[in-house]
Design a protein around this ligand. Structure first.
Ligand SMILES: [Zn+2]
Length: 440
């Protein structure tokens, strides 16, 4: 008998490997942070210190939220039903200036991590201010994360002098570069809030340190008009001419693209993140995701920040994305459930430059997986697992969560975070925020 740390037994395993293999019933042996073996009857082969019985459960890779601003959970529901620029300039930017301190970024990110663990997300890609605190929270929560220091050309909570933001980003990268679970990155807010020089400097820094580079791109028509007005060309062309688009770039939104811009994204192998609920809530528009997929562009799925969503449940995001593209194209075959599940797992991993480590259940990959209980009235009967994951499940149906080989939640109990204490602190803080926003 070989030794394993954790053995998951008798589940229906959706591997999300290249062939979308399903092993039913199947077992998974984990040693340390890595998947050691997958297949039937592994209990004959391995002796494990922890055994998880998964009969009647679905076992699949943890979901990957490829774009969020985690600490914005603190602003969930603070300002809704507003246009993007009004929302940003008159509510979100002032609230950030007033309330976003290192302590609050830690707390808000921790709340996000708790929500994500409880809804089956094992990896998040975050971009915000005070990112050392966001990284610390994700690390303490046990999640895997790509954490990007935000760069913007006007005073921000952590860089009252915008010239300082690049220095802060470099310090942050150096601080976390060696972590296994937390990968530092750089995120320019957008081409309309960052000058060409800032974007180029940030991208060069990302290249020097071999970390991902992200930015919001072509989110609204107003943004496109602004960039055309300033630079005489559309946003993707503008960035391509700056020499900052390549396969390490995560372009968030990509709602307003013309044919030439789609060609450029494909040629330069830029990765795209689709954030449908945020785009719908802010009425930004509908990204042409089926077209991008047809062109072979890698597309991940994200929730965006909680202030524009207003939750971090990736199951809801998959459901919304599927239905949005069907109704928009008046074609019920547009964006199928299996494509959505791949976007939320292996494609998301590829967007983050981590396709070799996570996103599918395969021997040698990191042990990031979730277990879902199928034995519930609203989930029965089950004919198609992918349809179920997109149209029937919600985050609340996730039973257990494992990240990097560590059990973070079992039977819906989060094991190493003080959930009640955190909730108490958040309720206190939200009362303060509400009081001060009223009196402003
Ligand atoms: Zn965003």
């Amino acid at each position: 008998m070989q030794k394993a740390d954790l053995l998951i037994c008798g589940g229906i395993i959706l591997t999300l490997d290249e062939q979308d293999s399903v092993i039913d019933p199947g077992d998974i042996a984990i040693r340390g942070d890595t998947i050691l073996d997958i297949g039937p009857n592994l209990s004959d082969k391995y002796q494990a210190s922890t055994l998880l019985e998964a009969k009647g459960h679905l076992v699949m890779p943890g979901l990957i939220n490829a774009h969020t601003h985690a600490a914005m959970t603190l602003f969930r529901g603070l300002a809704d039903d507003l246009a993007l620029m009004d929302w940003l300039k008159n509510y979100i930017f002032p609230a950030e200036a007033r309330f976003m301190s290192p302590e609050h970024v830690y707390l808000g990110t921790m709340l996000a991590c708790l929500e994500m663990i409880k809804s089956g997300t094992t990896t998040l890609s975050d971009a915000y201010f005070f990112e050392p605190e966001a990284a610390r929270a994700a690390n303490d929560a046990g999640l895997r994360a790509v954490v990007a220091q935000g760069i913007i050309d006007f005073p921000s909570p952590d860089a009252p002098d915008p010239k300082e933001s690049l220095r802060l980003a470099e310090e942050f990268i150096c601080q976390w570069k060696w972590s296994d679970r937390i990968s530092p990155a750089i995120f320019c807010h957008s081409a309309y809030t960052c000058s060409p020089q800032t974007i180029q400097k940030a991208k060069r820094m990302a290249e020097r340190h071999a970390v991902p580079f992200g930015l919001h791109l072509a989110e609204t028509q107003q943004e496109v008009q602004e960039i055309v007005h300033r630079y005489g060309k559309r946003p993707v062309q503008h960035l391509a001419d700056l020499g900052v688009l390549d396969e390490t770039v995560m372009a968030i939104h990509c709602v307003w693209l013309d044919q030439r811009e789609i060609d450029l994204l494909q040629e330069l192998q830029v990765k795209v993140v689709h954030v449908p609920e945020s785009n719908m809530k802010l009425a930004s528009g509908i990204a042409s995701i089926p077209r991008l997929l047809e062109r072979g562009i890698t597309v991940g799925l994200g929730t965006d920040g909680c202030a524009s969503n207003n939750d971090l449940d990736m199951f809801r995001e998959m459901d919304t994305a599927a239905k949005l593209h069907k109704v928009f194209s008046q074609d019920p075959t547009a964006l199928k459930a299996r494509q959505l599940v791949r976007m939320a797992t292996r494609e998301g991993a590829a967007v983050l430059g981590q396709g070799h480590r996570i996103g599918s259940l395969e021997v040698g990959k990191k042990a990031d997986l979730i277990i879902l209980d199928l034995q519930k009235p609203h989930l029965l009967p089950v004919y198609n697992f992918y349809s179920h994951l997109v149209y029937t499940f919600s985050g609340a149906d996730v039973d257990s969560v494992i990240v990097n080989g560590a059990l973070l939640m079992r039977n819906r109990k989060v094991l190493h975070l003080e959930e009640e204490k955190l909730i108490e602190r958040i309720v206190d803080l939200s009362r303060q925020i509400q009081g001060q926003m009223r009196g402003r």
